[in-house]
Design a protein around this ligand. Structure first.
Ligand code: SF4
Length: 209
């Protein structure tokens, strides 16, 4: 099974508690005005990487990171493969998992089918699948913290892992508290091996040159 990947960052301090690997997946059709990561939208960009290969990269880091953060793009638009990756991370490592999604909690819980959540703008096409209706989709069993909801730039927050105020935080296990999430810095500067400089974090303010 393959995932389309925008970027994999082995070490980060601004994408959740502690030192974490970060996986940004490629492809998002939700079109939030003011999206801070528009280069992740196109589904024909990025690199196609197998779940096996991604798991290898993650497990190689297990002595130096406490978890992985998965963001996008929209991770749940690669629903089957992301579920497989999360399942294997949970079964084969003790790493924590934080997942960002632009879908709301209701869309994730109630308005999805086997391919993942459906955009509310296509409500007439929603198919409610009874096996998911009470407990939610399987992938939630493998996630410690889910940050859900569209980015709304006029409600920008960039705090406690929420890019905007409307986003909701779901502590799905006892691994982290809201305080833990608040401790994560909102942004970090990363200097690559070749001297290239980039910004990472929850909606970091852009450079002005
Ligand atoms: S869900 Fe995320 S990546 Fe997609 S448009 Fe909204 S902010 Fe951008």
């Amino acid at each position: 099974m393959n995932l389309r990947v925008h970027q994999f960052l082995p070490l980060s301090r601004a994408n959740g508690p502690g030192v974490r690997a970060v996986l940004w997946l490629q492809g998002c059709s939700l079109a939030c005005p003011g999206c801070f990561n528009p280069e992740t939208h196109r589904v024909d960009h990025g690199d196609v990487v197998t779940v096996d290969e991604l798991l290898k990269r993650v497990t190689a880091l297990r002595e130096v990171v406490e978890g992985i953060t998965i963001s996008g793009g929209e991770p749940l638009q690669q629903f089957a493969a992301v579920t497989e990756l999360l399942r294997r991370i949970r079964r084969e490592t003790s790493l924590s998992v934080i997942l960002f999604s632009g879908y709301t909690w209701d869309e994730i819980m109630l308005k999805h089918d086997a391919n993942g959540p459906q955009d509310s703008s296509t409500a007439s096409r929603f198919r409610r699948v009874s096996r998911f209706a009470s407990a939610g989709p399987e992938f939630l069993n493998y996630v410690d913290v889910l940050i859900a909801g569209r980015y709304q730039h006029h409600r920008r927050l960039a705090q406690g892992l929420r890019g905007s105020e409307n986003k909701t935080v779901h502590l799905l296990t006892s691994r982290y508290t809201l305080d833990d999430l608040e401790q994560a810095p909102a942004a970090e500067v990363i200097v690559g091996a070749g001297g290239e400089v980039s910004l990472s974090g929850i909606d970091p303010v852009r450079w002005k040159v």
